[in-house]
Write a protein that binds this ligand. Sequence first.
Ligand code: 5GP
Length: 202
Amino acid sequence: MSKGNIYIISGPSGSGKDTILKEVLKIREDVFFSISEITRDMRNGEVEGEKYHFISREEFKEKLANNYFLEYNEYSGNFYGTPKAPIEEHLAAGDDVVIECDVNGAKALRKLLPDVISIFIMPPSFEVLQKRLVGRATETTEQVERRMNEALNEIRRADEYDYIVVNDDLSLAVEDFITVLKSNKLLLKNQKYLIDEVLKNA
Ligand code: 5GP
């Protein structure tokens, strides 16, 4: 059996990475999306356990001390962490795993797991990003400004990633994302097991 691979997806708020992921997960049911545990308040429309588990700062600190997270980061004054156990279980079962995290989390994961593939979701332009963030109306003006600054810093670090997927047309971006998953799977290093399997009864 081929073993699962880990993919990181990052991109600024408003890049549309959640929408792309949702569509990818509909098409690729064998992909496990890692649900992060975070300390920020729930936004309108968010559902506990769908993309995030919302926990208190105390709980987060306790879990951190117990080595519960694969990586974590503080972003806009809140903590975000990737739980380790579900990822290990899914990889062992042969599933691909997608971890959404910010640029710092991605850097930490690359160090920890040199084989991870990282994908940066890029907005078509900074103006489009600004429009999407303001139009979302889930944050105060001050929060939007803070996220725009963070977006600038993240885009400046997009060159740390293996792939860039531009989210202008959603269906094309989804197709590009799936192509990355597929092409990585076809690499020799991920298919070496096949050689032995075919030769087994030769
Ligand atoms: P938001 O509050 O907009 O949902 O997320 C803020 C940032 O945190 C985004 O860049 C998102 O990708 C990132 N993020 C989400 N989950 C995690 C995580 O588990 N670890 C890290 N390092 N970043 C995360």
